[in-house]
Design a protein around this ligand. Structure first.
Ligand code: HEM
Length: 404
């Protein structure tokens, strides 16, 4: 409880799976509480499920300011490879309000609908088969993150966009550097320039030689102009690979840490679907939504958010709200976890959610089938978690093993 005094965003975790405990106390006592942001200004933090949805679905809150609730900015013009803020925001639906947001999202939505994503099932199955075979060939133990999770999410976004899988290091390296709070500002700005140069190169190549893929469609879409494209494509690369890779690795860690968690999924697609939803809720790897700014005074619970004030929504705290989910701190693989906030809510709800689900379901089903005896390796206790200062929660390495 803050007692009206602004506190900094709680970030210290005491277990790998639970959000910082202080968030639960805030949710119970003061679900809209004063928050001191890293640059010193004071705004609000929302921790309750219903209030979180109310903010995320309210057009009186803008996303168009690049602010962060953690130690480093979500983005700055320089870390987007741009010279000023308006250039940096071009094409970025995550930082656009209506009507610009609708223009950018509408042009891509069709390709990310559940039916359209379903058309990629065979390709994703094929993508999953490769690292699976490589893992088997390598033999135990392996680092699950690099052997399996990262290749799958990166190759899936390469496939959707229509760029060669061998390009993955062009976006994996800069995004990992950009998201790492340990990187210097100079290194992040340099990585952003490399990333922008790569994006511009693939757009140029695709323009010269279009194919049957999303990138060619985006280039040909009449509502997008040339200046929009680098931001659009960069966001898809960025949003599309680290999130799913972290989700996959943490899911495997959570399942292997549960009694019978792994075995329960064997040969049961319905159980896998339910488990994926519950894992999304339980792990909530995008811990906090992009900071919103009130455009006018808004009543929120017991407080009035004044125009210009910042609001951070803790998706992790909302997903553990007992008002919505009974026994919310338990991982219950049989629960109906639909309605969780792991993909956000409202107009900015994750564009790639059906792709992420498809990847997670196929990857887990094939893993359980191929490696029924998978378990954590002896040194799994030394797995390094992605620092709690970060926006996205994850794990850098995860040693796993199995019986051959
Ligand atoms: C498990 C994996 C993923 C998780 C947990 C996740 C989570 C989220 C969340 C919470 C938001 C909303 C943030 C906010 O409102 O401030 C979001 C937005 C977005 N996500 Fe995802 N995401 C995942 C995978 C993907 C994938 C695979 C793609 C693309 C291929 C993608 C593309 C996007 C885009 C473009 C947005 C911005 C949408 C908008 O502003 O309208 N995401 N994601």
């Amino acid at each position: 409880m803050t007692g009206g005094c602004p506190m900094s965003l709680p970030t210290t975790r005491t277990t790998p799976f639970d959000p910082p405990a202080a968030l639960a106390a805030l949710r119970a006592e003061e679900p809209v509480s004063p928050l001191r942001y890293p640059d010193g200004h004071v705004g609000w933090l929302v921790t309750g499920y219903d209030l979180a949805r109310a903010v995320l679905n309210d057009a009186r809150f803008s996303v168009g300011v690049m602010r962060s609730v953690v130690g480093h900015p979500v983005e700055t013009p320089e870390t987007l490879g741009a010279s000023d803020e308006s250039d940096a925001l071009r094409g970025r639906m995550d930082f656009a309000d209506a009507p610009e947001h609708g223009r950018l999202r509408h042009g891509q939505l069709r390709h990310f609908r559940i039916s359209e994503i379903g058309r990629h099932r065979d390709a994703i199955e094929h993508i999953v088969d490769e690292p699976l075979a490589a893992m088997a060939q390598l033999g135990p133990p392996v680092d699950f993150v690099h052997a399996f999770a990262l290749p799958i999410s990166s190759l899936a976004i390469c496939h959707i966009l229509g760029v060669p899988g061998t390009d993955r290091h062009y976006f994996e390296e800069p995004t990992s550097l950009l998201m790492d709070p340990r990187s210097s500002y100079k290194d992040r700005a340099a990585a952003a320039l490399d990333f922008r140069a790569y994006t511009e190169r693939v757009i140029g190549e695709k323009r010269a030689e279009p194919g049957d893929d999303l990138l060619s469609e985006l280039i040909g879409y009449e509502d997008f102009d040339d200046e929009d494209l680098p931001g659009i494509v960069q966001l898809l690369f960025e949003a599309g690979h680290e999130t799913t890779a972290n989700m996959l690795s943490l899911s495997v860690l959570a399942l292997l840490s549960e009694q019978d968690g792994w075995q329960r999924l064997h040969g049961d697609p319905a159980a896998i679907e339910a488990a994926v939803e519950e894992l999304l809720r339980y792990l909530t790897i995008v811990q906090t939504a992009n900071v919103r700014t009130a455009l006018e005074p808004v009543e929120l619970g017991d407080v009035v958010v004044e125009a210009g004030q910042s609001v951070a929504v803790s998706l992790a705290a909302g997903n553990r709200d007992p008002v919505k989910f009974s026994d919310p701190d338990a991982l219950d693989l049989r629960r109906d976890a639909r309605g969780h906030l792991a993909f956000g809510y409202g107009p900015h709800m994750c564009l790639g959610q059906h792709l992420a689900r498809l990847e997670l379901r196929i990857a887990l089903a094939k893993l359980v089938d191929r490696f029924p005896s998978l378990h954590l390796a002896a040194d799994a206790g030394e797995a390094e978690f992605v620092d709690d200062e970060r926006f996205i929660y994850g794990v850098r390495n995860l040693p796993v093993t199995w019986l051959e």
